[in-house]
Design a binder for this molecule. Sequence first.
Ligand code: NAP
Length: 307
Amino acid sequence: MPSPAKIALIGIGKIAVDQHVPAISASPDWALAATVSRKGTIDGVESFTTIEAMLEARPDIPVVSLALPPVPRYAYAEAALRAGRHVMLEKPPGATLAEIHALQGLASGKGLTLYATWHSRMARAVAPAKAWLTHKTIIRAHITWREDVRKWHPGQDWVFEPGGMGVFDPGINALSILTEILPIPVHLTGATLTFPENRQTPIAAALGFSGNVTADFDWRQEGPQTWDITVETPDGTLALRMGGSVLEIDGKPTLGEADIMGEYPALYARMADLTPKGTSDVDLAPMVHVADALTIGRREFTEAFHF
Ligand code: NAP
């Protein structure tokens, strides 16, 4: 593909405007050539309201990036792959595991790239944390992921609809880091899920995994937000704070102020590596844990939630 390559961005909402458009605009690899959204548009960029219209009108655009919520995303991804376009998926990669398997089959059959992104894995301290933990024994690990749903998903009722995943929408970011940095895989052994009495998805979750790994997700935290993972080893305790951007070993910060790429620029750089070869990058480990929690979790109910 010539560089910069043309890309279409689909689902012009909060994350598209906050992160995708700035990352594409600043990238040497990509040129934003079209958008697809029922209402949203970007100034100066050709816009379509259906993917079918965009695919038909713009055969010159080889790559699409889907910034939609997970439930509607599959139909868009399938249409794009069937039309011979490479596809980049926001997290969580879909509403079900089986639909991602279907997309994987479609992409590999056509030699196209399917990239299931995990933006939190691109946070600056994640790779150093993974390197520090390599070959170490894990005594225990704990995730505390507590944020304010009204701040990050203002008015987004889809997060509380079936397939919206509730507190697992942010929690899966923590699980994407956990599954990246731990030297051995873990599996879920138990969960308690707290559902608002008027909603379909949990607003809080307490998870237990093999290997003494636990997690506490809560969407009701106002004020300072907490996105921490601590991992205890015989050689010291690692803490990842601020969603993977701060690394401490035994309480001491270990990363300087090095200027490294932000999370979304790094995702688009990775997509630029994958597409020329038509290779895929799809790791469903974080979503397996969410699916397992929703399968074996004990349900509790709490007061109704309104935005
Ligand atoms: P959003 O603003 O609610 O939705 C994005 C856009 O998707 C909407 O503006 C809407 O555009 C389109 N859309 C929504 N529902 C649709 C439907 N049923 N059918 C077709 N199009 C639909 O959501 P978001 O916060 O950007 O999140 C999108 C994805 O990014 C999620 O998977 C989320 O986990 C991920 N993400 C979000 C954040 C965050 O801070 N919010 C951070 C990182 C990742 P039109 O109405 O114009 O069609």
